[in-house]
Design a protein around this ligand. Sequence first.
Ligand code: F6P
Length: 367
Amino acid sequence: MTTKKILVNTGGGDAPGLNAVIRAVTLSAVNLGWEVWGIREGYRGILAPDEFPDGGLVPLTKDTVRGITHRGGTILGTTNRGNPLKFPVQNDAGEWEEVNRCDELTAFFKENKFDTLVAIGGDGSLTIADEIGRRSGINVIGVPKTIDNDLEGTIATFGFDTAIDFATECIDRLHTTASSHNRIMVVEVMGRYAGWIALFAGLAGTADAILIPEIPFDINKVVGKCNDRVANNRNFSIVVVGEGAKPIGGEISVIGKNVGQAERLGGVGQQVAHALEELTGQETRCVVLGHLLRGGSPTTRDRMLSLRFGTAAVRAIQDGVQNVMVALDPPNIAYIPLNEIAGKMKQVPLDGDAILTARSMGICLGD
Ligand code: F6P
């Protein structure tokens, strides 16, 4: 039996199901007699070892992954300041700059005789992993993680189901308070440049209007929808807004961007709420669900997907498959070449069934 030494990392924003993947990879690899190690906080455990007094790597064994399938977050920790290709480093003048530290990673893999990296990440992390694989020659197996569900090549990412489940529950709860106060409630949800969370939770939660990045909105269309409802004795409205939504001819609302990190989105919910209050005269409140969508225990569906992805990643290594992402292709798990999905984003198709469902039901999409 060929023995293997594999490294696991979790990078970018956390998502419910990460621990289930870690457990699935570990148990299936250990059962084959392989050695498994986890990197703390993305690649920082290797590139910034001084930050980890107990060591930047964690041995992953049957003991260390016991009882974690249902736990949110990641036992390895994660960061969005760990991109080895654009690693934030402070220069002598105290300014932050982005430095490519891929060669150090390559040297580390070689010195420590790791042959495979299991990179559990979203579009950013898997694009980085693809580049690391090509530059270092290490085999990289990607596992698609993100609450945003915006990864190409897979029907679903783990984390999405938990996020929409919770967002739907929140929207359900807002109905009674909105109706009691005759208010418009605007709910801003995460999702970056894709509207999967807003659309699915908005539909399931019976929103009256859903604004997503894929369809730039005309605020007057939303005003018309809210006013029509009042005219029909529906004294409240629920408007779900994806954080990347933007008005026709306008810009996405960005909070800021730090060196070595992706831009942070947010604020569009408040802008929409302001405009609606002014233009309808109806009292309006804005709720931002934000990181609540990333927290908590994974749903059963996300646990299953994570366990299937994790074990499939190890089967890929066992079968000698190189540089792929495991992907949901019902009823199977498929292997998609990493370079086919790197740098790509999956937005909501405008002619897809979810959009048609919203339109058929008379939900305002802002266009
Ligand atoms: O990609 C996942 C995600 O939660 C996005 O929906 C959101 O824009 C971003 O991460 C927030 O990241 P941070 O943890 O840096 O606030």
